[in-house]
Design a protein around this ligand. Sequence first.
Ligand code: 1PZ
Length: 214
Amino acid sequence: MAAAAATFSLREVLVAFAACVSEQRAVRVDPYLAGWKGLVRFLNCLGTIFSFISKDAVTKIEIIENYRNSDQREKYLTVQSMVEYELANGLVDLQKRSKHPDSGCRTFLRLHRALHWLQMFLEGLRTGEDNSKTSVICSETYNASLANYHPWIIRKAAGVAFCALPTRNTFLETMNVGTAEEAVAMLGEALPYICEVYKITEELYAQHKLLDLT
Ligand code: 1PZ
């Protein structure tokens, strides 16, 4: 029903990331992608100026989803099994992008780097003053993280898009978790899950020297 579509809330993202880490501390791919899909829906609510960003995120999500729907789906159940499988079978371009331009490892790394930005951005939002500017929190955290991996033209476009972000309180209300205070509380609950997922993935990629995949 229409009401169901309208009740989208960023709480779904929290629930998804909370479901990512298994008892063996593996990162489950399906809830990870579900978390990103929720973020994309949220981003789309903020206006068409962000569509070049959400389109790229959707492309990356779909590449990994295709692996999850392929004959090798079991190999892509967790990030750990994906890394193991792709490395053991020479499915990752370790030097430069060539035979396997869209490997799971390379594609996942793009989302992983964006998750680092998200972690810092949400923390900035959570701890920011009532009247602070979302655009400033967004550009500062972007410049400190993801921007290092983006060419000038993308950084420029991102900077323009950030100017369209609403004030902190309006932004928090757009999350549909209740009042701004309730949204802040939800962020406090969500961030430890996001941080944990980020940390485990970062360690795994570092261990296999995959953090620089082009
Ligand atoms: C709330 C405001 C949203 C701000 C989003 C901040 C991130 C800006 C990212 C700009 C990405 C622009 C589009 C394309 C980028 C790609 O070149 C790169 C590298 O991929 P490659 O070219 O190597 O295949 N893609 C990425 O870095 C992935 C970016 C995903 C960003 C998802 C943001 C979701 C935001 C949710 C907000 C709540």
